[in-house]
Design a protein around this ligand. Structure first.
Ligand SMILES: Cc1cc2nc3c(=O)[nH]c(=O)nc-3n(C[C@H](O)[C@H](O)[C@H](O)COP(=O)(O)OP(=O)(O)OC[C@H]3O[C@@H](n4cnc5c(N)ncnc54)[C@H](O)[C@@H]3O)c2cc1C
Length: 329
């Protein structure tokens, strides 16, 4: 970008969830009239394909920023409702803990509910802390409802929820949304990046077919590759492997089985943990592990042997380093 110059041409690099979320948000907020917005992606590379479980902040983005109709979004992405996360077998095999979204109990007179509960519990009160959370109770009974906005006294607390959805369908849905608002899409593999010789800012991308794409503001949504942020600007990376010692995942979808659970399940395993994410049409599963303790083949076999339904594909292998980029932009 050239400083002190109005941005007229934004280029988004990558068309996974990050790319199309960015395109949708920019086309909605700044619009495509005075500023051209283009997204470049390569079908040959594809997207990471995981990223199906979300947190309640997704509502802020979908509803408040984009103004999406929630029922339509649920239909288009095969989404299900998520009230929290069950952590199974983490403390010891057989033990489970539910992390709910939403509040536990009601704070009174400026004092957190936890203090009331502690005093009551010490005095012999028998109910577990989690029993005072609506999301936990609903999840245990496999129930879900949205907060009602009916007039009159409130008998239920607000319900905090997120979604499980098919990440590829979400990207495709947001692509339709963004293209309707004027975002252009270019299909092509980026081979090199040009920079202004005077200030080092990115000036254009060069595709494999020789096409040059110029812009004055570039956003890197190229996933692990970090085509701009790492390959060009070498943002650096804080490696968190010593805190989160996992570096691989095997992921596989399976057929739906049993009741639809309104929560994500995370189960501790011998060399990591396994996720279970129920969608309308299938269950997403993955074994996150460390290759120092288990081989890729063994992890894939263990995952396949612990599915609730018939596997719908071969396990996909993912490699990553836990951590965060040193600079975001
Ligand atoms: C094991 C695992 C589990 C995860 N689970 C969750 C989860 O449950 N919930 C969650 O929110 N997140 C999860 N994540 C994180 C989430 O998957 C990612 O943050 C997100 O999906 C990444 O999307 P993205 O758009 O950044 O990248 P990607 O999906 O990788 O998309 C990259 C895009 O860049 C394009 N691209 C790359 N190189 C080029 C090139 N040279 N030329 C042109 N285009 C190019 C590709 O075509 C693609 O369109 C998980 C991640 C991992 C590894």
């Amino acid at each position: 970008m050239i400083m002190n110059q109005r941005i007229k041409n934004i280029i988004i690099v990558g068309g996974g969830t990050a790319g199309w979320m960015t395109a949708a948000a920019l086309s909605k907020t700044i619009g495509c009239r005075s500023c051209k917005i283009t997204l470049v992606e390569s079908e040959q590379i594809g997207t990471v394909g995981v990223g199906e479980a979300t947190l309640p902040l997704i509502n802020l983005f979908n509803k408040n920023v984009l103004g999406l109709d929630e029922n339509e979004f649920v239909r288009e992405t095969n989404a299900t409702f998520k009230l929290g996360i069950e952590f199974a077998d983490w403390r010891k095999v057989g033990h489970s803990y539910f992390h709910p979204f939403g509040h536990i109990g009601v704070d009174m007179d400026g004092i957190s509910f936890m203090h009331y509960w502690l005093r009551w519990y010490k005095a012999g009160g028998g109910l577990d802390f989690s029993r005072f959370n609506a999301e936990t109770e609903a999840a245990r009974s496999l129930k879900f409802m949205r907060t009602t906005n009916e007039p009159g006294p409130k008998v239920m607390p607000d319900i905090y929820y997120a979604f499980h959805f098919d990440a590829s369908l979400y990207a495709a849905y947001l692509r339709r949304y963004a293209e309707k608002l004027g975002v252009s899409r270019i299909e092509g593999m980026i081979e090199s990046v040009n920079q202004h010789p005077d200030n080092g800012y990115i000036s254009s991308l060069v595709l494999k077919n020789g096409e040059t794409i110029e812009g004055d503001f570039f956003i890197d949504c190229s996933g692990f590759k970090g085509i701009l942020i790492e390959q060009v600007y070498q943002a650096g990376y804080y490696d968190w492997s010593h805190w989160l010692p996992v570096n691989r995942a095997a992921a596989v979808p399976c057929e739906s089985a049993g009741e639809l659970l309104p929560f994500t399940r995370s189960t501790a395993r011998e060399s990591g943990w396994q996720w279970r994410i129920p969608l309308q049409h299938r269950i997403g599963n993955g074994y996150v592990f460390c290759d120092q303790y288990i081989s890729e083949d063994e992890a894939a076999d263990k995952l396949l042997s612990r599915l609730d339904g018939r596997a719908l594909d071969k396990p996909k292998s993912l490699r990553f380093v836990t951590g965060v980029r040193k600079k975001a932009g």
